[in-house]
Write a protein that binds this ligand. Sequence first.
Ligand code: SAH
Length: 255
Amino acid sequence: MNYHILTLFPEMVMDGLNTSIIGRATKKGLLSIEAVNIRDYTKEKHGHVDDAPYGGGAGMVMQAAPVCDAYEALCEKIGKRPRVLYMTPQGKVFNQKIAEELSKEEDLVFLCGHYEGIDERALEMIVTDYLSIGDYVLTGGELPAMVMIDCISRLVPGVLNNDVSAEIESFHDNLLEYPQYTRPEVYEGRKVPDVLLSGHHKKIEEWRREQSIKRTLERRPDLLDDAVLSKKEKIYLAKLRAQQEMQEEESSKNN
Ligand code: SAH
């Protein structure tokens, strides 16, 4: 996977993606990360890349020319025109499914805005996907690009030591992951659930699926509409929901 990040702050993304799992994967050659400084493509005397918005209003807007020129120079260098993901609070909210889809690409361009954003004409000309990391406004697209690159990279074969661990964790089958435990067996009087020490793989698997369903119902019931469940698991969920309703009725009676 080759990432190309168009930004005014290359050191921010390069420093941030240099460490731990992503840093190691880059050294191993599984990923390549390159930041392109949009400022290198300005033709203005003083190196300006932004200007006041037409029509007035607060802040500055990044100009179209350096953004488009940076992208065109990149395309010429690598001999292809990869997808351009514009980081914007106005985009589709990024999630695991989008990450899975993007991880199949060979090259991805991340376009990071700053100030009030980028001149709309540049976006119309080069952007293929508008992506957000959530309903809040940040100062720049660099952190969102780093978030997405981190997430997509975990899905690139070989990046995690254990490829299955990316497959059966939160959001797989639209469920949250089950609780995890490691040594010691007893910590501050709290014991690891017996089933995990039983060595009985089928039972462990069953327990984990049930815990996933329970946890998703408690914390993110919205995910359950699209969860992939077996017949038996659907019955288990119905039982949990009935219990939940009974408890709610109880507590409303007591209040
Ligand atoms: N004026 C814009 C916000 C600009 S924020 C608006 O109201 O829509 C400055 C830059 O930060 C944006 O160009 C974008 O690249 C980035 N950004 C801010 N919040 C973001 C979010 N939630 N997700 C992705 N990118 C974001």
